[in-house]
Each structure stands twice: as C-alpha cells, then as structure tokens.
Design a protein around this ligand. Structure first.
Ligand code: ZN
Length: 390
C-alpha cells in the first residue's frame, strides 16, 4: 500500500512524498500504522519495487494488500496522479468505515462520488458483488478498471474473455457497454467496446487505446462509443464454431434437438447465430440460443405467421430453467438484460426483412423459412442476409 497513518493520526501518502532522504528520516523517527487494521506497518524504500508500506509477516489484516503486486501499486499511483491533474479532489486508498472497505482511489466529479478499483488479479464473483454493493450502499459509484496485462487479445478485433473480464463491464448513458482497462507499463488506457460474444470465451470487440495523459475524466465516465460490427470476421468464426460444436459432448442437447428436427447445423439459416450487442448477457453461445428460438417459432412456419415477443421470451426462460441456456453474471449491470437481448434480436430480424414489425413486441414472418438444400444456396442466403445487416 501507498499510504499509512502516523502516531499523530496524520496520513502519509507516498504519492505525495517521494524524496528518499526525507522518507528515511521519517522512518527513523516515526512508527507507521495500517489505515485499515491499525497494525504497525513497515516503510519499504528498496530500489527494486516502488516505495510502499507492508504489514509484518504474521499480520491478520483483512485487506489483502500483501498480495498487492508492483503492477497494481504502480497502476494505482499513476491513475491517482492522472485524476489529480484533472483538477479533481482525489484520495488514495480511501477507507470507508461504514462498509469496512478500502478503495484504491476515491474522487468526486459533478457532484457524484466515485471510487476506482484497479483490479489485476482474479477475484470471485461473490467478492466482486459484495464490494460493488458496499459502495452502492453508501452512494459511491465504483469503477472497476481491469489490469491491462489480463487482456488476452487474439487478433486486431478478437479477444478471449472469461467470467472475470465480463464483471468489469460498464454502461454509458446510451446504455452502450464498455470495459475499461489500464496498463501501467505502457501507460495506456484501453477501452474494449462493441463486445460481440461468439462463444463462452470468444468475442469480437473494438479497442480504443490512448495514452493516459491524453485522457479526460469524461473519456472514462461517459465515453463515446464508435459504431463497429465485425461482420466478415464473425461469419468466418461462426463457421469454425459450428465445426467445433459437432461432436462436442458439451452441446449434446443442442445437437439432439437439431437432429430431431432434421436440421443440419451447417444449413441453419444465416439469421441464426447473428452478432448482437446484448449477447454478452448470455453465456450460452448466440448460435445455440438463437437456434432454440428458430426451432420453436420459425422452422417450417409460413410467411405471415404472427410472432410475439412474449412467446419467444417464454421459450428462452424455459430453456434457462432446464439449464440449456445460461445467463452470464454481470454484477455491475443492475437491469435484467434477457428481455433486451430478445428484443434486439427480433428488431434486427425485422431490419433484415426476416420479420415485419407490426407494433411493439408484435411481428410477423416476412420471408420463406425454408432451409437451404445445398451449400451453394446457403452461401447465397448468407451473403444476401449480411448485405442488409447494419
Ligand atoms: Zn492492515
């Protein structure tokens, strides 16, 4: 940690006091105490790590700061300095007695209190939720910033995301999702937005990367999100995904349903398995949950058939109860995302001419739902479908 208390109660912050001789002097005269547990801590002024305070070996401090890495401490310090340069009132390692939690950084902006948790190591969903709820209880908006080294970028717009990553999602005022990250080694702020989940792990997204010193506070709190849809990459990856599905014991229920309806997974229509922004709320791959909708409501149905949002939603809830659709835990998003995802899907289908919207939550089938007879037909159908995709 970077702050400690003196005997007098005065807080000493290593973000402000950096002179080694001054600190050596202080160390000779003073005893330092942990601001959370009150135990004595040592001031470390080595050359290898940044200056910091550390508990004694047998400490029982509830804060897990002993495992705090150099990466975490440096990041916390740099983010703190950046916020100070914005002219904001900022506090490093702010301890809240009411909830017994310590935030890495606390600040105020436009009459709203915020805190930053710069998280570089995996923590459980339970701890994440508990800490988030704690802050919300005392009207502080937490901003979880992911340690940049945790990003597994696979390609320009491709990333591997685990349950841990999805916990960091935030929404801007337009309800667009983004995932804030920061790397103290490169001093870059990294925003992942337009996250299109393809499978439990794989996703496409747009990376906005900028040096921290060029960032304004509004870029963190109210970022503009560019428009980005990775159609070409998506279709290629979806085809690969179909190949991995076949023979995977994980998806045997899905395959059984397909075969019971005599559907070859490769010939599923192009509007099954489409990229949607809300798909990240469902851990089950979009190809699978969209197929369940297809089988129950579209397959072999005539043009003109009425489609109601409520019926589709019921199908999804039933599949969820049976354990065939799993929603994703998103501790920082308070609304139930599931109805929004279904609505986004139906809206997209009506924009593509598959459905025709009659009124809110009410559509009718506007296209032949016939499955392709051969690969050639299928390729043509896919091409036509994505030409109209926006
Ligand atoms: Zn302590």
């Amino acid at each position: 940690m970077l702050t400690a208390k003196l005997q007098s109660g005065e807080v000493i912050s290593l973000a402000e006091k950096k002179n080694k001789r001054y600190l050596q002097n202080l160390r000779e005269k003073e005893v330092f105490y942990c601001r959370t547990c009150g135990e004595e801590v040592l001031l470390k002024l080595g050359e290898k790590r940044i200056y910091h305070f550390a508990h004694l070996k047998d400490s029982s401090c509830t804060e897990e700061y002993e495992r705090e890495s150099e990466y975490h401490m440096t990041g916390k310090l740099k983010l703190y300095e950046w916020l100070k340069k914005q002219g904001l009132s900022v506090e490093l390692e702010c301890y809240y007695h009411e909830i017994k939690q310590r935030a890495d950084i606390a600040f105020e902006y436009e009459n709203q209190k915020y805190c930053i948790e710069f998280q570089c190591s995996t923590i459980s969903d339970e701890v994440f939720r508990k800490r988030t709820k704690g802050y919300e209880k005392i009207a502080i908006e937490p901003i979880w910033i992911l340690g940049g080294k945790n990003i597994q970028r696979k390609h320009r717009n491709k990333v591997s995301l685990t349950a841990f990553h999805y916990r960091f999602l935030k929404e801007n005022r337009l309800r667009q999702f983004y995932l804030p990250a920061y790397c103290p080694q490169t001093n870059q702020y990294i925003q992942m937005d337009n996250v299109y989940t393809l499978s439990t792990r794989k996703a496409f997204c747009h990376f906005s990367i900028s040096p921290l010193q060029k960032m304004k506070i509004s870029d963190l709190l109210k970022p503009p999100i560019p428009k980005f849809t990775p159609i070409h990459d998506w279709t290629i990856e979806l085809y690969r995904f179909k190949a991995t599905l076949l023979g995977s014991p994980l998806h045997s229920h899905f395959l059984t349903e397909l075969y019971a309806n005599s559907i070859n997974p490769y010939y599923l229509p192009p509007y099954v398995g489409i990229p949607l922004k809300g798909s990240l709320a469902i851990e089950t791959p979009p190809l699978i949950w969209q197929t369940y909708i297809f089988i129950d409501h579209f397959h072999e149905q005539d043009r003109g058939k009425q489609i109601y949002f409520h019926d589709i939603y019921t199908t999804i809830l039933k599949k969820q109860r049976e354990g065939h659709i799993i929603t994703r835990s998103l501790p920082t998003i308070s609304r139930n995302m599931l109805p929004f995802v279904i609505e986004e899907y139906l809206e997209q289908l009506s924009m593509n001419g598959i459905l025709k919207k009659i009124k809110n939550h009410h559509y009718k089938i506007d296209k032949s739902m016939k499955i392709a007879n051969n690969m050639e037909e299928w390729v043509q159908a896919e091409k036509t479908f994505y030409q109209q995709f926006s």
